[in-house]
Design a protein around this ligand. Structure first.
Ligand code: 15L
Length: 263
């Protein structure tokens, strides 16, 4: 797929910043967007602040964009109103703008919280229907559906990445299963940009010995993870919750009935 202009939404966040550095200079135009400050202008970068809930702004953002890596939106649990604006209205605006702009592909940052209510005793693959563990997880399942709808109806190809725990360190025992190193995240994005497919769901996870997810679809697309959380096992094995729900389900604390970021 020929890419003249690539857009990263949520480019000011941790994953967005990693990807910005990784993709810089690869395509003729790299457009970055976020609601937060993206720093001073740099040659070769188009900085376009936008609110995802603002349809007119998102229309403008997608103009001339061949491929979008959509990391923007609310990244953890939040009250309904926040989820509604950022992750429901925001995704509608993004896919509608992509349709109008003739965007060919969207890589969507879904989350393991779309399937958080599977038990840790189960191995699942990308065919596993959503079992959202939170309002946030529900909005990610919706994102996977809107991506499917626009692919079937309007031919916008999509990769939905159910990201696990993507950060440089492994914070606890759960992450021995869910961790994805930032370098492996970039490898998965590269596969998603280069491979030939219409619509796929994959897991954003490293080659962890304890992974709960069969990621053979990602491997078919060319993803070759190089990292394994197991090397952190001695440090984090004992970092567990004493809450049974948290320890039973893949989504961890997000599954607790009292888990909430409500004010
Ligand atoms: C996510 O979806 C969140 O964005 C991140 O902050 C972590 O909570 C991660 O899932 C996780 O499950 O570890």
């Amino acid at each position: 797929m020929k890419i003249e202009r690539l857009l990263i939404t949520g480019a000011g966040g941790a994953l967005g910043s990693t990807l910005r550095a990784h993709l810089k200079g690869r395509y003729p135009h790299l457009r970055l967007s976020d609601r937060v400050d993206l720093g001073p202008p740099e040659p070769g970068l188009e900085l376009c602040p936008a609110e995802l809930a603002d349809a007119a702004a998102v229309d403008k953002l997608l103009e001339g964009v061949d491929v979008c890596v959509h990391l923007g939106g609310q990244p953890v649990e939040a009250p309904w109103e926040v989820i509604l604006n950022s992750n429901i209205v925001g995704t509608i605006n993004l896919w509608e703008a992509a349709r109008k702009a003739g965007t060919k592909r969207i890589l969507f940052a879904s989350s393991n919280h779309a399937i958080g209510f599977y038990r840790r005793s189960r191995q699942i693959d990308d065919e596993a229907p959503p079992r959202p563990d939170s309002r946030y997880g529900l909005s990610k399942a919706w994102g996977e559906d809107i991506a499917r709808y626009y692919q079937l109806k309007h031919g916008i190809s999509a990769l939905c990445i159910r990201i696990g725990t993507c950060r440089p360190d492994v914070p606890d025992a759960r992450a021995l299963s869910t961790w994805q190193s930032p370098a492996d995240f970039c490898r998965l994005i590269d596969a998603g940009l280069e491979a030939d497919y219409d619509y796929e769901i994959v897991y954003g996870v490293s080659a962890n010995q304890r992974s709960w997810w069969d990621n053979s679809t990602a491997e078919r697309l060319g993803y070759r993870p190089q990292d394994d959380a197991e090397r952190f096992a001695d440090e984090v094995e004992s970092i567990r919750s004493d809450d049974a729900v948290t320890e039973t389900f893949q989504g961890g604390a997000f599954c607790r009935p009292d888990f909430s970021n409500d004010p």
